[in-house]
Ligand binder design. Structure first.
Ligand code: KIV
Ligand code: ZN
Length: 502
């Protein structure tokens, strides 16, 4: 049997550190439930000392998700570790993840500590963590720029103090495949009791090498990959979960390792994340990009018709992409709708099915064919309403240069309307929203795409709006693209309001 590689998903922690990717509690739980369906072994739910909201969301994810282990991050100081321990109290299988930097650059300039002090800190932190939580992971931050003998020494210290997992991160995305493999071989070869420890790899993608480095680390003896859906994360992102998993599945001849991932859940996981965060996946992204399985060149199409394996190394079905994802028509009933939602990974309560059905029928009146992506967007809107402060009640725009917009917003039972002028209809509508809510945001990015095929497709708008120097992403969808843009702006505003309330 091939060796098992554990998948440690850090979408909710390192991934959430992507600018604009912040998620509220409901969204973190929704994403964590999808990660559970995907079959990840560990979900890193957050960094509890960072804020009250982060603490609460780790607690809520621990309570809601019982299958995978739940990890929480802490630096090596007592308050961090105790806070992480408290946040994990309700978790069925908690992991306390503590880290300290080990490179000369970090020790001297950031920590202002000697290597001896760092060793002492790591020892104390792991012992404290182990007294609170059964399973402890120790990370040597900036491992790939650290002295390898020092890495072996600190790994041994952490192991002797009780660590179960040793993670050697490429924090700044600096290493190369041959080098990282050598680093793991060196450290694993030098510590005693290595056979009882899981060595873990955590890579950043600054040079576009994160996945290649993760694969090389596995060849060097690591048996856990820390990664994120769609590769989101700090700067250029983290190792992409879907790329690693499919590389091992597609090339068992050279990568004889297995994971517990249900690969058919990959596409849904990717979509749930981009819908929640508003961070779109580029068309050419491996595995989950829109074009990842599209064959455009005539010569390729010809080959594919003769035999799919000519140009296809894995099937779209294996990652959950269906050839024809036409769902339901206007005459479909509620049961059919609920069943399709379940197949897409959304289990709905009966009141949610009723609400969704209402939206579905309205959409079916506007467009002939409803696809899975249309349904995903409706579902997201449904869930989003739980933290919605303002809802769009009415919108009318006219003219150009300048354009005028009339917007009516509903807040609870109360409706308020106002008008404004702007450089175009979207700008005018955003100005009207600002006048109503009294909060001004700066629209930094605005993209619109067709959510599904056909001339009557829903427009899916994605925006990034800056409120008080913090970027908030928003998504909105409608068959009217101006309305889609206004809904996206409102979605970002509601997120800002929800987070500033917490
Ligand atoms: O990149 C990194 O070093 C990290 C650690 C906290 C594991 O995210
Ligand atoms: Zn990281």
């Amino acid at each position: 049997m091939a060796d098992i590689v554990e998948i440690f998903d850090t979408t909710l922690r390192d991934g959430e550190q992507s600018p604009g990717a912040s998620m509220d509690d409901h969204q973190k739980i929704e994403m964590a439930q999808q990660l559970e369906r995907l079959g990840v072994d560990i979900i890193e739910a957050g960094f509890p000392i960072a804020s009250e909201q982060e603490f609460e969301s780790v607690k809520k994810v621990s309570k809601a998700v019982r299958g995978p282990r739940i990890a929480a991050l802490a630096r090596t100081n007592r308050p961090d570790i105790e806070r992480a321990g408290q946040a994990l109290e309700l978790a069925a299988r908690p992991v306390l993840h503590t880290f300290i930097a080990t490179s000369a650059i970090h020790m001297e300039h950031k920590l202002k500590m000697t290597p001896e002090q760092v060793l002492e800190n790591a020892d104390g932190a792991v012992r404290l963590a182990k007294s609170l939580i059964d399973r402890v992971e120790f990370s040597a931050e900036d491992a790939t720029r650290s002295d390898w003998d020092f890495l072996a020494q600190i790994s041994q210290t952490a192991i002797d103090a009780g660590a179960d997992v040793i993670n050697l991160p490429d924090t700044v995305g600096y290493t190369t495949p041959a080098e990282i493999r050598g680093m793991f071989e060196h450290v694993i070869g030098r510590v005693t009791n290595a056979e009882h420890i899981i060595f873990s790899t955590h890579n950043h993608n600054d040079l576009g090498l994160a996945v290649a480095n993760a694969m090389a680390a596995i060849q060097g003896g690591a048996r856990q990959i820390e990664c994120t859906i769609n590769g989101i994360g700090e700067r250029a992102g983290n190792t992409s979960l879907e790329e690693c998993v499919m590389a091992m599945k597609t090339r068992p001849d050279v990568l004889p390792y297995e994971t517990r991932i249900h690969t058919k859940e990959i596409t849904t996981s990717s979509k749930v994340l981009s819908n929640i965060t508003g961070l779109l996946v580029s068309y050419n992204k491996p595995i989950v990009g829109r074009n990842a399985f599209a064959h455009e060149a005539g010569i390729h199409q010809h080959g594919m018709i003769a035999n799919q394996t000519t140009y296809e190394i894995m099937t779209p079905e294996s990652v959950g992409r269906s050839k024809s994802d036409l769902v339901l028509g206007k005459h479909s009933g509620k049961a059919g709708l609920a069943k399709r939602c379940e197949e897409l990974g959304y289990e709905l309560a009966s009141d949610e099915v009723a609400q969704l059905y209402e939206k579905f029928i309205k959409l079916a009146d506007q467009k002939k064919e409803i696809f899975d992506d249309d349904l995903r967007i409706l579902l997201l809107g449904l869930r989003d309403e739980t933290f919605e402060t303002y809802a769009l009640a009415d919108l009318n725009t006219s003219g150009k240069d300048p354009s005028m917009a009339m917007v009516e917003l509903r807040k609870g039972e109360e409706k308020t309307r106002d008008t404004a002028l702007g450089d175009g209809p979207v700008h005018a509508a955003c100005m009207a929203i600002e006048r109503i809510v009294g909060i001004s945001g700066r629209l930094e990015e605005f993209q619109i795409r067709a959510a599904s095929p056909g001339k009557d497709a829903m427009g899916e708008a994605h925006v990034i709006v800056n409120f008080e120097n913090r970027p908030f992403t928003g998504t909105g969808a409608s068959t009217d693209i101006i309305e889609a843009a206004v809904l996206a702006y409102l979605n970002a505003l509601n997120k800002y309001l929800a987070l500033s309330k917490q």
